[in-house]
Design a protein around this ligand. Structure first.
Ligand code: DON
Length: 305
């Protein structure tokens, strides 16, 4: 990827996004997220030679929410290897990301680790032999190493806000537990889950954190290459929930979204890209984040297809 050509392209994308009248809808089911300014937009790209190029609000923190699920999966795979898959499937979902119906249809085995039920089971697996505090410390440590940045923290207000209003996640946790797929108290597992979803990061930090998934981290492989391949496959097929087919069609690279409006996209061996725009589409994925990635992908021919 030509670094010099990237700057004008990103400036152009940023200007086009600023002019977009339809910016999607900011998530309101987590009250702390409802007040985020929908005019925000940022994009940041890390390249294999260590250079990073950013535009817009790339130094402004946002709630990474479900993007954190990529990192908890990386830790869980490192700990359990293939045994992890006895608790969570590897199939795309056809329902909304917090569907109870889909979990029931699969008798308590979540379709994949990125829908809420799958991520809650993943968090639960990380709590085996560790307290919530220790587990969260491990997640934050991993994130800081991945991003080469110690200034990454959990926003306790966002976590508390979701704890108060996350009834759907409580339903999912109790359902998992009723099927024998939750080893800890619902409150313990969900408390941990809400906190890692509440990680606050900038677009620049998130792009750097994704480098290990592209195989371009300066410290080498943070996790086994086989696990990198597995995570990328899941990001491609499940990273945008029931909108994953649409995202693959339009952008064509592995990526993971969050209701905070962030998307982390991976170009194996070439780049790690983070984009942030808080307004969401009907699937709960960033509306303009997807559009920006689509333009970038088309202009640079990034799609794998
Ligand atoms: O559990 C939730 O609903 C949120 N903490 C995370 C969901 C999410 O980010 C879905 N993404 N598009």
């Amino acid at each position: 990827m030509n670094f010099d050509a990237l700057r004008p392209l990103l400036d152009d994308i940023c200007a086009r996004m600023a002019a977009m009248p339809d910016r999607g809808t900011v998530a309101s089911y987590i009250p702390e997220l409802a007040c985020i300014d929908p005019a925000r937009f940022a994009m940041s790209i890390c390249l294999p030679d260590g250079r990073q190029i950013s535009v817009g609000d790339a130094k402004v923190e946002f709630s990474i929410q479900s993007v954190s699920k990529v990192f908890t999966l990386a830790i869980a795979l490192g700990r359990y290897g293939d045994r992890f898959w006895s608790r969570v499937g590897r199939e795309p979902s056809t329902h909304v990301f917090n569907s109870v119906q889909e979990l029931e249809a699969r008798e308590g085995i979540p379709p994949n680790p990125f829908v809420n039920s799958g991520a809650i089971a993943t968090t639960d697996s990380l709590l085996v032999g560790a307290t919530p505090k220790e587990t969260l410390a491990e997640i934050v440590r991993f994130m800081r190493q991945a991003a080469s940045d110690d200034a990454i923290f959990i926003d306790p207000q966002v976590a508390a806000s979701e704890k108060e209003t996350g009834d759907r996640n409580w339903a999912l946790a109790y359902f998992l537990r009723s099927c024998g797929n939750l080893r800890h108290d619902c409150a313990l597992t969900l408390g941990t889950y809400f906190h890692h979803c509440a990680l606050a990061m900038t677009c620049e930090q998130l792009a750097r954190a994704g480098r290990f998934l592209a195989g371009i981290h300066p410290d080498g492989n943070l996790i086994a290459p086989g696990h990198i391949r597995s995570i990328n496959a899941l990001m491609m097929t499940c990273g945008h929930y029931n909108g994953s087919g649409e995202f693959a069609y339009r952008v064509g690279v592995p990526a993971k979204s969050g209701v905070g409006g962030g998307i982390l996209a991976v170009l194996p061996n070439r780049a790690s890209i983070a984009v942030w725009s808080p307004g969401l589409d009907r699937y709960g994925n960033s509306l303009l984040g997807t559009q920006a990635l689509e333009i970038l992908s088309q202009d640079l021919g990034l799609s794998m297809f």
